[in-house]
Design a protein around this ligand. Structure first.
Ligand SMILES: *Cc1c(COP(=O)(O)O)cnc(C)c1O
Length: 365
């Protein structure tokens, strides 16, 4: 039996599951992972905290993840200078689950979410998965948000949820504070709209976090993840910061005990090593800027990047370049943006391998 012969929901028919192709090659620069494994001291600390948690695994975890949310609030406060508390923070299994909970609460059948394409594909998929209609807003040719067109789209299409991805995946572009403020105002002028600022990559940005914008804006939510800057994609830990009412609201849809004791213990251990992990982020930012410079020196076009990845082009035959780079042992990502590819910043050696592969590939083609 094929999937579409099953009585699945109509809007799921003919769709493909999300996922980057995973190939077994020496240099993997396709999923924006952090290339640095966790340091040994942190691995040991995780083992210690998980062993402690294991003693009470016969019990359900702390349903409200209080210690972890306090730790995350402390990290946000220290790193942004804007004070948030336990009541402002909610955590889940990856920021994807956070986004799903937000859409289950503020989207759903009969409602719509609007995002600016090209953007993180999961925004659309989570919208569809929760029965929320998906609306696509435009960007400028340089991939920045076109504010006038965005205002027009909001006024015309009246979304219930607005996605602002900053820095944006796959383009790497950050959205200026004034633009986010203007979009928030434009949306609220039409109807009460949840505005989600996805800051999965903010630790890599040249710009400060937009977290302070939650002040006095009860419908503005900032989402974060430990998958990128904290180098813990395998942990599955995402979180949000917002008005306490939003945190209360998502309690209506979260599964009881969604965040396992093991996850909570591991995330708490990682938070103890924040300074070390953010040291790797500094290295990656330097490498990102170096790769941008070298790609431009080759005569390629590179979108300004505020993330741990770089969008580069323009190619007539994007797939041929992707394949030629892959033939040299380096996997990058084709996000389906015509003419452009995306590469994640890796270790200096990985980046050198990538740059060599691109040099060779573009000569050959
Ligand atoms: C990687 C990424 C995430 C992170 O998702 P997790 O579920 O936390 O791993 C969220 N938003 C964007 C834009 C991303 O690229």
């Amino acid at each position: 039996m094929r999937i579409d012969d099953l009585p699945i929901r109509d809007e799921l028919k003919g769709k493909s599951p999300y996922g980057a192709p995973q190939l077994d090659v020496p240099v993997l620069l396709n999923t924006n992972e952090n290339p640095y494994p966790l340091p040994d001291a942190l691995v040991a600390r995780i083992a210690e905290r998980v062993a402690e948690a294991a003693r009470t695994l016969n019990r359900y975890p702390d349903r409200d993840a209080v210690e972890l949310r306090e730790g995350l609030a402390g990290y946000l406060t220290r790193s942004t200078g804007y004070g948030v508390d336990l009541v402002n923070v909610w955590a889940a299994n990856g920021s994807n689950e956070i986004l799903q909970q937000l859409l289950q609460t503020f989207g759903g059948p009969g409602r719509t979410a609007l995002g600016f394409a090209p953007t993180y594909q999961m925004h659309e998929l989570i919208a569809r998965g929760t029965g929320t209609g998906w609306l696509q807003g435009p960007r400028n040719a340089d991939f920045t948000v076109d504010l006038d067109a965005a205002r027009a789209a909001i006024a015309e299409r009246r979304p219930d949820v607005l996605f602002i991805c900053s820095p944006n995946n796959p383009t790497g572009t950050a959205v200026p504070r004034e633009t986010v403020l203007a979009l928030y105002e434009a949306a609220q002028a039409v109807k009460p709209t949840l505005v989600i600022v996805d800051e999965a990559y903010i630790e890599f940005s040249h710009r400060p976090s937009l977290l302070p914008l939650i002040e006095g804006r009860p419908l503005l939510v900032v989402t974060r993840t430990m998958s990128k800057a904290f180098g813990a994609a395998g942990l599955r830990l995402g979180y949000l910061a917002a008005d306490p009412a939003v945190v209360d609201a998502v309690q209506l849809v979260r599964l009881p005990y969604h965040l396992s004791s093991v996850t909570q213990a591991t995330a708490l251990a990682a938070l103890e090593f924040t300074d070390t992990l953010l040291g790797y982020v500094e290295r990656l930012k330097d490498e990102r800027d170096r790769v941008v410079g070298e790609l431009r020196a080759m005569g390629l076009r590179v979108t300004d990047s505020d993330a741990n990845f770089i969008q580069f082009g323009c190619f007539e035959d994007t797939h041929a370049v992707w394949q030629a780079v892959l033939d040299r042992g380096v996997l990058v990502r084709d996000n389906g943006v015509p003419g452009w590819l995306r590469v994640t910043a890796g270790t200096p050696a990985e980046n050198d391998a990538f740059l060599d592969a691109v040099r060779a590939a573009t000569k050959e083609l």
